[in-house]
Ligand binder design. Structure first.
Ligand code: AFP
Length: 322
C-alpha cells in the first residue's frame, strides 16, 4: 500500500512541503466527514452572507474555509493563507516557507443536491515577503511547488502534483489514509467530449461561438466528429473526468457583469488545475496564452479557461488565433 507520504518521499519532496500538504489533507478528511453526514450534521443550506465575489455562501463554504484557515495558521511551515472566501490574505507563521491558496469548497451549489464538490489548493513559496500583503501572493502559476484537489464524491479522492506528474489517491475509510490508486495519470491527447455551460452562449465572444457551433455540427461539420457534452457545475469534477478519460472544459470570456473576463478565479482555480493538467500531458490556456504564464494582478482575479486534451485545446486556441 502506497500512501501520500510514500509518494512524497519517492518524489524527494522536502519535509517542510510535505508538512504543508499534510495540513491541507488533514482538513480535507474532516470536510469529507461533514459532507457524508450532510443534513444530519446540520451543515447544509446557505449561510446568511455573501463572499468577496458577491456569491451567497453555503454553510459548508464557511465551515470548510474556517477549518482550513485555523489549521493552516497553526501549521508552522505556512507563512500565509489566501482563500476564495476571504477578502484579504491572512498572515500565519513568521518562519513559514509557504503560502497556501485555496478554494475550500468548489462547486458548493452542488452540496444540497448531494453531487460532487471539492477543495482546490495551490502552494507557493513565501520568499520571505510580508504574508499579510496581497502583493506577496501575486506569483504566476509556474511558481507553484504543489497543487491539487480533494474530490468529495462517491469516494473521497486526492489528485496532486509536486511537479513530478500527477498521482491519484483514494481515502480509505478504514485507515483514514489516502492510498495511491492511480500513478502518473496521463490525459488522452484527443477527445470527443466537451464541457461548457451552454446557457451562457449569447454572452460569449465570436471565436467560442464558432468553435462550439462546429462541435455541435458533428460528423457533417468542419470538425468531422460527433461530440458528447457533460456539465457537472463543479470544476473539480470536470477536471477529474478529463484526467481520467480526456475531454475539454471551457469557461470562456463572456460579457456578463460581474463575471468578466470569465467566472473562474486564476489563483485558486485556474493555476492549480492548470498545473495538474499540464503535468498530466494536457494543455490549459486562457484563449491566448498558457494560464500559468499569466502574471496575476489580484488574488481574486478571474480568468477565461480552456483546458484538457491537448489536441482539442489546441483546436479551440486556433479559433482564437484565426
Ligand atoms: P461555486 O463554488 O460557487 O459553486 O462555483 C463553482 C464554479 O466556480 C466552478 O467550479 C464551475 O465550473 C462553475 O462555477 C459552474 O458555474 P455555472 O454552472 O453556474 O456556470
Amino acid at each position: 500500500m502506497q500512501t501520500v507520504q510514500t509518494i512524497l518521499e519517492k518524489h524527494r519532496v522536502s519535509d517542510s512541503l510535505a508538512q504543508a500538504i499534510h495540513c491541507v489533507l488533514d482538513c480535507s478528511k474532516e470536510i469529507s466527514v461533514l459532507l457524508q453526514k450532510g443534513a444530519m450534521a446540520g451543515v447544509l443550506g446557505s449561510a446568511e452572507n455573501e463572499n468577496v465575489q458577491g456569491e451567497t455562501q453555503k454553510k459548508l463554504d464557511v465551515i470548510s474555509n474556517d477549518l482550513l484557515k485555523e489549521r493552516l495558521a497553526e501549521c508552522p511551515v505556512v507563512a500565509g493563507i489566501a482563500s476564495e472566501e476571504e477578502d484579504l490574505p491572512v498572515a500565519a507563521n513568521e518562519d513559514g516557507q509557504y503560502l497556501v491558496i485555496y478554494d475550500p469548497l468548489d462547486g458548493s451549489s452542488n452540496i444540497d443536491i448531494n453531487v460532487t464538490v471539492g477543495t482546490i489548493f495551490s502552494i507557493l513559496p513565501s520568499r520571505g515577503e510580508d504574508p499579510s500583503k496581497e502583493a506577496t501572493y501575486l506569483q504566476n502559476g509556474r511558481q507553484q511547488v504543489a497543487a491539487g484537489y480533494v474530490l468529495y464524491g462517491p469516494a473521497t479522492m486526492l489528485v496532486m502534483s509536486t511537479g513530478k506528474g500527477v498521482d491519484i489517491f483514494t481515502l480509505d475509510p478504514t485507515s483514514n489514509e489516502f492510498v495511491l490508486t492511480q500513478e502518473q495519470v496521463q490525459i488522452t491527447p484527443s477527445t470527443k467530449e466537451f464541457a461548457i455551460n451552454m446557457s451562457n452562449q449569447r454572452f460569449w465572444a465570436e471565436p467560442v461561438q464558432t468553435y462550439v457551433s462546429d462541435l455541435l455540427a458533428g460528423e457533417e461539420g468542419p470538425l468531422a466528429k460527433r461530440y458528447n457534452m457533460r456539465w457537472i457545475a463543479a470544476m473539480v469534477a470536470e477536471v477529474h473526468r478529463i484526467l481520467n478519460r480526456g475531454g475539454i472544459f471551457m469557461y470562456p470570456w463572456d460579457n456578463r457583469e460581474p463575471n468578466k473576463p470569465g467566472k473562474l478565479r486564476l489563483m485558486y482555480e485556474g493555476n492549480p488545475m492548470s498545473m495538474l493538467v499540464e503535468q498530466a500531458g494536457g494543455l490549459s490556456v486562457n484563449g491566448e496564452i498558457n494560464i500559468m504564464d499569466i502574471e496575476p494582478e489580484k488574488i481574486h482575479q478571474r480568468v477565461p479557461v480552456f483546458l484538457g486534451s491537448k489536441e482539442e485545446v489546441e483546436k479551440a486556441l486556433s479559433y482564437h488565433k484565426a
